[in-house]
Design a protein around this ligand. Structure first.
Ligand code: ATP
Length: 126
């Protein structure tokens, strides 16, 4: 009888996803920009001693942006394979996928502002 959960198969899926994460940050310029932004946010979070709720919100924001970037990259690669030449539908597909990343990046910047600007203001005496 087949076991209800195939642990080896799950472990393989984790490995493939790990390769995907590596490729994302190794080869995609925008993903590297998001990685750098994340490192700066971690440094700021440690410096300003933000609360666990603030960390939780920031972690969710970072994960949302990275995840959107991963889906966007996957869509771009698929689109390049399906249509290496210019196609108006591919333009809509790629622009829409990029819009998804931009929307979440804007929300991450706003959340960052809400969390860090008051602390920065208190520090600098604005
Ligand atoms: N085959 C295509 N047909 C139509 N428009 C395209 C096509 N390829 C790219 N574009 C247009 O160029 C924009 C940038 O596409 P591109 O695939 O170069 O993405 P990118 O954000 O520069 O990512 P990367 O540099 O990682 O490939 C798309 O949003 C789209 O408007």
């Amino acid at each position: 009888m087949k076991p209800p959960i195939d642990i080896l198969k799950a472990a393989r899926s984790f490995r493939y996803a790990g390769v995907g994460i590596y490729n994302l940050f190794r080869f995609e310029n925008n993903a590297r920009i998001h990685l750098l932004a994340c490192l700066l946010v971690i440094i700021a979070g440690v410096f300003f001693k933000i609360t666990s709720s603030e960390w939780a919100i920031i972690i969710i924001q970072v994960a949302l942006v990275w995840s959107a970037e991963a889906f966007n990259t996957a869509i771009e690669k698929l689109a390049d394979l399906v249509s290496p030449d210019y196609h108006p539908v591919i333009k809509v597909v790629k622009d829409t996928a990029a819009a998804g990343v931009l929307m979440l990046a804007i929300s991450a910047v706003l959340v960052g502002g809400i969390v860090f600007l008051p602390k920065l203001a208190a520090l600098t005496g604005w």
